[in-house]
Design a protein around this ligand. Structure first.
Ligand SMILES: C[C@](O)(CO)[C@H](O)COP(=O)(O)OP(=O)(O)OC[C@H]1O[C@@H](n2ccc(N)nc2=O)[C@H](O)[C@@H]1O
Ligand SMILES: Nc1ncnc2c1ncn2[C@@H]1O[C@H](COP(=O)(O)OP(=O)(O)OP(=O)(O)O)[C@@H](O)[C@H]1O
Length: 302
């Protein structure tokens, strides 16, 4: 008996890194309610993992330390961004979505580090390769934007200046390297709720930066002249954000500590990977219920 054609395709795995907003300015609000951003996105090396493999029909399997958290937040079924990405790409390509997808969920959920967005982007990248579609990035970006504002940026996995609601992407060179520690106090924060709190507080919009590229190229300038505009709104819903930032301030070698995205995950940058690892160990030992991850931004560092 001959093997069906699909069964001959080898599985493809793509890492879905954490997205970190080194700064996040809000420059306006569109008529449809979405906020216009100016933000520097960077991506860690570690993260979730999406694997697609040959199968007679679509299946979706969740594994990893945050699989149950995703199930509890109702993101494990048809609403999962990975499943949605598979369906959208299959329909775009005119194919049956017959693949076995496995999502290894290592990143906390509803955490401001784009977990679901990065998973969806990784699924698009994996399937583009698996089905040998050779779709250019511009086409994948269009499909990605239908899945969420952050998804197009997450396709790139390199530092980007992001504007609009997430569709204007400009790769930037950081020109510096840093150890990074991500900490989440294990309290999920809903992105719409944080934007709503921001809106209700009627904060003034940030002026567009005149020197955004130059700012990205110097970590000290970045720390001094940018912010996360959603931090106040996130703190008002989730006071633990302030506890995480206080904890970072007790560590040696911090060049910048701030919240990412709509929170509650915060990050700290360190001169070296070693300092980041020491801080991550110390925080992990004193706050056993928090999620802590050490990583590296820039070339080397693994
Ligand atoms: C805040 C960021 O995390 C920064 O990276 C993102 O812009 C959020 O991107 P995301 O999670 O992909 O957001 P979406 O799933 O598209 O939007 C969730 C909700 O957040 C609000 N939202 C999101 C993005 C944006 N630019 N303006 C908004 O007002 C809207 O109420 C929207 O209904
Ligand atoms: N693969 C997925 N991983 C995580 N959440 C998902 C996924 N698919 C759907 N969701 C839903 O999306 C919601 C937001 O989760 P996610 O982890 O993407 O938030 P986030 O990190 O705050 O995103 P962002 O930084 O883009 O605002 C969750 O409540 C969850 O139910």
């Amino acid at each position: 008996m001959s093997m069906p054609l699909w069964a001959a395709l080898p599985p493809v795995s793509v890492t879905a890194p954490a997205k970190v907003n080194l700064f996040l300015h809000i420059t306006g609000r569109r008529a449809d309610g979405y906020h216009e951003l100016e933000s520097l996105f960077v991506f860690t090396k570690g993260g979730d993992r999406v694997t697609v493999a040959a199968a007679p029909e679509f299946t979706f399997t969740l594994e990893g330390p945050f699989a149950s958290a995703l199930e509890a937040l109702g993101g494990a079924g048809e609403g999962n961004l990975v499943s949605k990405a598979v369906m959208l790409l299959a329909s775009h390509a005119g194919l049956e979505p017959n693949v076995a997808v496995t999502l290894e969920k290592n990143l906390p959920v509803a955490a401001g580090i784009g977990g679901g967005s990065s998973d969806a982007a990784a699924a698009l990248l994996a399937l583009n390769q698996f089905w040998k579609l050779k779709l250019p990035m511009s086409v994948l970006e269009g499909i990605a934007l239908q899945l969420g504002a952050d998804v197009p940026a997450c396709l790139h996995q390199v530092p980007l200046l992001v504007r609009g609601i997430g569709e204007e992407l400009k790769p930037v060179s950081l020109g510096w390297q840093a150890g990074i520690v991500l900490v989440n106090p294990m309290e999920p924060l809903s992105t719409p709720a944080v934007f709503k709190a921001y809106h209700v507080a009627a904060a003034a919009f940030d002026a567009p930066l005149q020197n955004a590229e130059a700012l990205c190229a110097n970590v000290h300038d970045l720390a001094a002249s940018s912010r996360n505009a959603l931090e106040g709104a996130a703190r008002s819903i989730c006071p633990a954000v302030a506890d995480v930032l206080d904890e970072f301030m007790c560590q040696d070698g911090v060049t910048l500590a701030r919240m990412s995205g709509s929170g509650a995950t915060c990050f700290a940058l360190f001169e070296t990977a070693e300092e980041a690892e020491v801080a991550a160990r110390k925080i992990g030992e004193s706050r056993r219920n928090w999620w802590v991850m050490a990583d590296y931004l820039g070339a080397g560092g693994g």
